[in-house]
Design a protein around this ligand. Sequence first.
Ligand SMILES: Nc1ncnc2c1ncn2[C@@H]1O[C@H](COP(=O)(O)OP(=O)(O)OP(=O)(O)O)[C@@H](O)[C@H]1O
Ligand SMILES: [Mg+2]
Length: 364
Amino acid sequence: MVAVSVNNLHKQFGRTQVLKGVDLHVPDGAFAVLVGPSGCGKSTLLRLLSGLETATSGEIRFGDRPVTSLAPRDRDIAMVFQSYALYPHLTVYENLAFGLRLRKEPRSIIDQRVCEVAEMLGLTPLLKRRPKALSGGQRQRVAMGRAIVRRPQVFLFDEPLSNLDAALRAQVRVEIRRRHEAMRTTSVYVTHDQVEAMTLADVMFVLNAGCVEQSGTPAEVYRHPATRFVAGFLGSPSMNFLAAHLEKRSNDTWEVVVDTQNSPPIRIVLEDYPTANLRDGLAIELGVRPHDMTLAPDPEIADLRLTAGLCELLGPEIQVHTQVAEQPFTLCLEAELNTRRGELLAVDIDHLHLFDAATGASLR
Ligand SMILES: Nc1ncnc2c1ncn2[C@@H]1O[C@H](COP(=O)(O)OP(=O)(O)OP(=O)(O)O)[C@@H](O)[C@H]1O
Ligand SMILES: [Mg+2]
């Protein structure tokens, strides 16, 4: 096992800058997830780690070893892609053994490793089948097994679950995490699925347009998004954003004033928010997650008053779609409240986020 470090990595295709100075550090034995919207450079970064693509500039190290200019076979990595690319004419056993045979490992070692991995992934009863006689999930497990038997220093995954249906995706996701906890092989996993990112990662890197916007544990990044982009990208339903500005009161309290067109402005007094970065009159965006609001015990002093629009019952909660300050706004309330369209709601914001409107940076 090794740590993976990337230092000021750039990648250009012709004139297109795809990676613009990426830094990342994945500690030895950690499971890192690269997450971001389509086209932000996730696969490119992974291909640079694997050696399938060469960097324009910058450095990649596995432990103390610079690998930036090494060929893939000299990096001691194993990759799992979205397409399983199994050999159709070989059995599951032979698919699993293929890489080891290529490396001329003794037959007894091959047999032992293949059986061990097959057992771990529940493939033992399927060892004699060919890929076409397997389900999608089983094929994905064979692809994963083929990477595992090689016992690489680093695993690289590029959206390995995106061809599976939702139930299977959840199941294989749990398997991947369990296997990682047993083996602790340093892993870098690419996905645009935020549930996969949140559940699998020890450390998460949110990429946007070829740069790392924020890194940290999933809990840190979710609770304290550093930018408006990260705030809007993580969380489902997405965070609500309202254009607003800050006002400082004489007694040193701060108010968020939400700009409205047709009604008096909405004023929310800030409580428990660090004031170091606040400036009187600063144009901001107020961010509120749909799950961070509750019905106010005293409607007279509620943060927001709204009229429920479309209400969708999703088992344990109701998603209420409405508008605040002429902007679409969503909140999630407990199903027991039985909220109906047209109902007047007075809600308190339990946790809010403030972003500089000009830069998108969090004011926390
Ligand atoms: N070989 C190439 N030549 C030119 N441009 C490329 C090449 N490979 C990737 N790109 C461009 O680089 C950008 C990033 O691509 P990349 O495949 O890394 O995105 P991604 O984050 O993996 O997206 P997705 O989630 O859709 O897989 C895209 O704009 C893509 O068009
Ligand atoms: Mg990709």
